[in-house]
Design a binder for this molecule. Structure first.
Ligand SMILES: CC(C)(COP(=O)(O)OP(=O)(O)OC[C@H]1O[C@@H](n2cnc3c(N)ncnc32)[C@H](O[C@H]2O[C@H](COP(=O)(O)OP(=O)(O)OP(=O)(O)O)[C@@H](O)[C@H]2O)[C@@H]1O)[C@@H](O)C(=O)NCCC(=O)NCCS
Ligand SMILES: Nc1ncnc2[nH]cnc12
Length: 296
């Protein structure tokens, strides 16, 4: 197969809006989350993952499945932003998340498209909603601080639960940082790896699709993605990390051969049925932070 061009529906042009100046409504926050899921889906190549080009390592879902899921989740993100603005106890956010999972499964015929994203993006919507009623801050650092201040303790307590889902079980088995632990730490890979990678890519003048590609590989080099471990064990996780680091060492998304290289990596993942679903969620989270940070 020859290497198709980098596919990504362009986001809005990011105007220089002062970050503290405009308060975001829950509707605007929810819209940013839904669009961020679309940003993630639209990026291709994206090793092993579903896009509008192909279904990667998945034979039970395609881009239509993701679009159905995304539509089913629209109101959920708005509701999480509203609940966040009310600074409700964590149990209320969790109830809303569980109901959203049920809606996702109903919309996809029982396929898990966005369980991780419901958790990560839902929490970020709540944290952004809370930040809006406390000074209107919308930058990444303010959103992280809001998440930790309001729900940090509950997220830490939650890590003591015994995992029952495949990702949590794989994380425990291989002593990795699970999605729950990542949340309890205030999503360090998102805020300390993806956000700086996004800013670096933009400073280098990369367009949005290439920025997202660079951020995706930065995430895959660092995240303990429990989907990779669930399907491929530690060997699969290290295979993905090694490829991400080689991609970065060869110049990342700015390099002239970046797209051909990324498509080759995609095919290698498909051959091994590897799917970095956690990295996909974190990419959507980075797209969300960019959208709420810059768009009016
Ligand atoms: C805390 C939960 C996210 C559950 O976490 P847990 O780890 O216990 O269980 P999993 O659902 O198996 O894994 C978590 C999902 O989070 C994503 N993820 C993976 N690694 C990380 C990480 N290090 N940091 C953050 N996020 C991570 C990932 O989600 C994406 O992949 C899923 C699709 O993958 P796929 O390959 O198709 O896998 P499956 O269909 O599951 O299996 P196979 O086909 O391979 O056999 C998709 O969901 C993406 O979004 C992980 O899957 C939280 O959801 C939870 O506790 N839920 C329980 C109910 C609840 O309380 N909900 C309310 C929360 S507010
Ligand atoms: N695009 C995608 N493909 C496969 N799994 C995913 N989980 C979240 N986004 C995904």
């Amino acid at each position: 197969m020859s290497a198709p061009a980098l596919a990504s529906v362009p986001g809005a042009v990011h105007a220089a809006v002062p970050k503290a100046a405009v308060h975001l409504s829950p509707a605007a926050i929810g819209r940013a989350a839904t669009l961020a899921l679309h940003d993630e889906l639209a990026l291709a190549p994206k090793p092993g993952l579903v896009s509008f080009v192909d279904s990667g390592s998945h034979d039970d879902m395609d881009a239509h499945t993701f679009m159905r899921s995304l539509f089913a989740l629209r109101r959920y993100f708005v509701r999480m932003a509203e609940l966040g603005a009310q600074r409700v106890p964590f149990a209320e956010l969790e109830r809303c998340g569980i109901a959203a999972e049920a809606r996702m499964l109903a919309a996809t015929g029982g396929i898990n498209t966005h369980r991780g994203a419901i958790f990560v993006l839902g929490l970020l919507c709540a944290a952004t909603g809370a930040a809006q009623v406390q000074g209107g801050q919308r930058g990444a650092e303010a959103i992280r601080a809001s998440l930790r201040a309001h729900w940090g303790q509950a997220l830490t307590a939650r890590t003591q639960r015994v995992p029952t889902l495949p990702g949590g079980l794989a994380a425990r088995r291989f002593k990795l940082r699970s999605a729950s632990q990542e949340a309890a730490l205030g999503f360090p890979v998102l805020f300390e790896t993806a956000v700086p990678a996004w800013r670096r890519a933009q400073r280098r003048g990369l367009d949005l699709p290439r920025t997202r590609l660079d951020v995706f590989f930065a995430l895959m080099a660092e995240l303990d993605d429990s989907n990779l471990a669930h399907r491929g064990g530690l060997e699969g996780l290290n295979f993905a990390r090694d490829h991400a680091r080689s991609f970065q060492a060869a110049g990342g998304a700015a390099d002239a051969h970046a797209l051909a290289r990324a498509w080759d990596i995609h095919r290698a993942f498909v051959a091994r049925r590897l799917s970095p679903g956690g990295c996909a969620d974190m990419l959507a989270a980075a797209c969300f932070l960019s959208r709420v940070g810059h768009e009016p």
